[in-house]
Design a protein around this ligand. Structure first.
Ligand SMILES: [Zn+2]
Length: 268
């Protein structure tokens, strides 16, 4: 072995050792991120960079809380019920709503502990046919949004091929802010005008898809041994993202990219 080859060989061994040292850390990061399963993977470019006052009031709602028994409106049954034939968590509602309610309440409880001005809204009636009825999430949410509240509706995405994964579906506005940006960085980023502009998005209500209701995420929720911890971890991730978005020294560093939307507004 010549001197040059020996140097290359030693360098190779050194790189191998560095890889091995780094391996456990990488693995644990991967496991942490696996809590929610797959992230949405859509070619999308928007940035939220409007400053949000740290004192902003936040409203958290549970998706489908007013649309049980309405065709196509009840939310996903989840893989356990829809595919494996297991009993629903609660026979009066879809599993998605069951978990949406749990996450909503956990986020509000933790958010209050962390000093956020945060409340939940519940329509009280689980099946309202008219989406413009004054008690629906959409009606109340859009009212709150018009008053300057940040309104976020919790959802789980469909299992199998129908679901895309975790992520924030933004509101249709050119005032996307640091809260939107922080949630998108933490959970994933759905396109603006997703599915032609969802009813919620048009009403300035943000939708957070926690993840597809399937696999490990659903198992960890259903398993009584891991349920509470899983709900707490999801709530923690949401509240942390909100706190980061509210921080005045936030540095999310958006870079100008080809195909960006609302350039004139988004780069100050
Ligand atoms: Zn949903």
């Amino acid at each position: 072995m010549g001197r040059n080859n020996l140097t290359k060989y030693l360098l190779f061994i050194l790189l191998l050792v560095i890889q091995l040292i780094n391996l456990p850390q990488n693995l644990s990061q991967e496991i942490d991120n696996n809590l929610l399963g797959k992230r949405v993977n859509k070619n999308t470019r928007w940035y939220g960079n409007k400053t949000v006052l740290p004192s902003i009031s936040i409203v958290i709602m549970a998706g489908h809380a007013d649309s049980q028994d309405i065709p196509g409106g009840g939310g996903t049954r989840g893989e356990a019920v829809g595919l494996k034939g297991l009993e629903p968590m609660d026979s009066t509602m879809s599993d998605e709503l069951f978990w949406n309610l749990k996450i909503r309440d956990a986020v509000v409880t933790l958010g209050k502990q962390k000093g956020l001005d945060i409340i939940s809204y519940d329509p009280g009636i689980r099946s309202i046919a008219d989406e413009d009825h004054p008690k629906t999430n959409w009606s109340v949410g859009s009212k709150f949004a018009a008053e300057g509240f940040y309104v976020l509706e919790i959802h789980f995405d469909s299992y199998g091929d129908d679901g895309l994964g975790s992520g924030l579906i933004p509101a249709i506005t050119n005032n996307l802010n640091y809260l939107d940006e922080s949630l998108a960085q933490s959970f994933g980023r759905y396109p603006l005008f997703f599915r032609g502009g969802l009813g919620a998005s048009r009403r300035q209500i943000r939708i957070l898809e926690i993840g597809k209701l399937e696999g490990d995420l659903e198992n960890n929720l259903r398993n009584i041994q891991t349920r509470e911890q899983t709900i707490d971890e999801i709530a923690f991730q949401i509240v942390e993202a909100i706190k980061k978005g509210l921080a005045s020294n936030v540095s999310l560093n958006p870079l100008l990219q080809e195909g960006d939307i609302f350039l004139e507004d988004s780069y100050q």
